[in-house]
Design a protein. Structure first.
Length: 168
């Protein structure tokens, strides 16, 4: 009699466990982002220009250095901060200063951001400065017209050899 009670209790516990797993696998439903909206994902890695221009070493400076250290140019390793601005339909969506990575500030700047936006037609303007310019302008400006459907995900990448920003 005792074994029958033990097996019945084990069966009841297993049934509750299996039903619980089955329920949680189907409900509650999970939404990645709100209904009627689309997603913009910005992700890129890019190194800006050197923060200080390289300077040519004089002959006297070169002779003072060890033979294996005699490079004609003296260049700083530090890179400039990237200036990034994004406008959606004429309104600012995002602006950031992206510092270079690395202990010496000589690595590329990195960013990954997600933006929930309403679906429909949009005008997206992406701007990036990766040089030492002081005039406040941008080195890369891309204007793109997007038609986003609800639930769509669009990726924004930066490729300088393709002319700047690429939206897919």
């Amino acid at each position: 009699m005792r074994d029958v009670f033990r097996y019945a209790t084990q069966a009841a516990i297993w049934i509750v466990f299996i039903v619980g797993i089955g329920y949680l696998s189907a409900a509650p439903t999970y939404r990645h982002f709100p209904e009627g909206e689309a997603l913009l994902k910005l992700s890129f890695v890019h190194g800006g220009a050197h923060a200080v221009a390289c300077r040519k070493r004089s002959r006297e400076e070169l002779l003072k250095l060890a033979p294996n250290m005699r490079r004609p140019n003296d260049c700083s390793r530090r890179r400039v901060d990237l200036q990034l601005e994004i406008e959606l339909d004429g309104e600012p969506l995002f602006a950031a200063t992206l510092p270079p990575t690395g202990l010496s500030g000589d690595g590329p700047s990195r960013i990954y951001r997600r933006f929930n936006v309403s679906s429909g037609a949009h005008v997206l303007i992406l701007k990036l400065r990766d040089s030492r310019r002081d005039d406040g302008g941008f080195d890369y400006v891309t204007r793109t017209e997007l038609g986003l459907v609800p639930g769509q995900s669009a990726a924004i990448d930066f490729r300088p050899n393709h002319g700047g920003f690429v939206v897919r």
